[in-house]
Write a protein that binds this ligand. Sequence first.
Ligand code: CO
Length: 627
Amino acid sequence: MPDHPLEPLFAEEIAAAAACIRAQAGLDPNSFFETITLDEPSRAERAAFNDSGTVPPRRAYVCCYERASNRTFRGRVDLDQDKLLSWEHVPGVQARIPPDEFDASDKIAKADPRVVEALAKRGITDLDTVLIETWAPGNFGIEGEEGKRIAYCHCWVINDAGDNRYGRPIANLHPVMDLAAGTVLRVDDFGVVPLPPDTAAIRPSEGLRDDVKPLNITQPEGPSFEIDGYAVRWQRWNVRVGFDLREGLVLHDIGYEDGGRLRPIMNRASMAEMVVPYGDPTGGNFRRNAFDTGEYGIGTALDSLKLGCDCLGHIHYFDVCAHDWDGKPAAIRNAVCMHEEDFGLLWKHTDSHTGKFRAVRSRRLVISSIATIGNYVYGFFWYFYQDGTIGTEIKATGIPFPTAVPPGEQPKYGALIAPGIASHVHQHSFNFRFDMCVDGPENAVREQDFEAAPLGPDNPHGNAVNIFERPLSRESEAAREIDIARSRSWKIVNTSQTNSLGQHTAYRLVPGQNTLPYLQPESPVAQRAGFMFKHFWATQYDPEQLYPAGWFPNQHPGGDGLPRWVEADRSLEDEDVVVWYTMNFHHLPRPEDWPVQPVVYASLHWMPEGFFDQNPALDLPPHAITS
Ligand code: CO
């Protein structure tokens, strides 16, 4: 039995859900399980549990793909009663591509004589050195593909050192898979490009620098956090670690203890969808636009973290359980990492007359996961600070997608990153979902802009700055873009709660580095990823609206998700508000990103604004840096 209704599904529960579907859903036995994950309790069930301890039924959300009929089904299982609660065929959609299906195509493609011949034409005869990778194909209306479950493959030869499967790209060769049939539908061959020279070794065997001395972080009295199952308490912060097979790391019930009461801030926070459209229109390259969450799944791709891999000091790991396509549980040990990090100065004041100063150091709680998806590695990091700030950061590393170019040729839509190797311009677009509850369930949305005031009798010296704050009262008004010229940001307020100054308590979303998509809105990928075109969205809570590109982006014709939902134009004034934030990270790879890319960072912050009466971190002990 779980200790709390939001605990991720256990292995036994996943197995029981799969058995229930097999026995009761009437599927062809050759079907596979796309998703078995916790069906989170409803708002009402959560309230009943918090108020009176009434434990809601334990449920699983399950999605299956039936190969025999090329149909996708989904529903919910009551795990307490071993009973199928609902089961429906979802017409016209394709399930995600689970890791087993992703891996299976390599073998199928290599057994096809057309693929063998195309490789031989390029002088490649040792198939064991070849990687044929399965990519979700998008939806480009290409003849012969409609109605089929398709994958569009890309090919590489492993480097001589054997540590980089993407080391030597085979350009212009794309087996197109019919995944339901388990066959190669056709082979797209846009012409031979010579294999680039081998420059791909990731682990040099000699020449390692010898001047890196040990740097140890010790916490002789242990960590400052307390853990109860998946619930965490640290420096007034309360947060519950959760897991979703599709989103990976999820945080629940984020709140701050203030004056003896726990003040809620967010019900749930997650990175809910991402897409990486590449900017090369030639050959088969236009088909590269990975929705890593909705087409593949982040939760199934989490690394099992080891001490020293990313964090230093006292680390607590949380285990989660994923599953394979047969519905067999697959535990991921150490999937979520938690530790404390010194973060330099938090605040300082020096009395210039006496020279006395007081300063305190900042510390943050870090909760993170790392997912490996093909060539790329994404770190999902959440930070909690002692001054009430919440941060989230993406760390992107791994191997930038390499393709081969003929000797002497400069890529038009990318950069040369090694001899004979180009990497195309692309964007990593992340959409975060924040289910807000700032000081209570009913919130409202405000946008703030700044502008130089015009010269006039009120502003004779031209220094006046106008501060504009306006309500975004409806969904149609709340789809917004960042505006650097106006220092634009957004605030979630509780209009029924005030601080001691009479201001409504609030949290402000402070954007970090961002840009807009470099995509024509008519393009098939833009149609499927409409969320990219606005940085800020707000919607009224709906339990079915979890993923900003919809439930089934794989091969979807487009138009689902946020752009469609906000057509309902629901009220956002003193309502149950969900905020969605898009972070577009633009990327033209460099030679320094080869053969493995140093981490690049993209982040955003939520800062308390009038949530507290004054600096909430005045009470920090001074530690070593006071006088
Ligand atoms: Co990139």
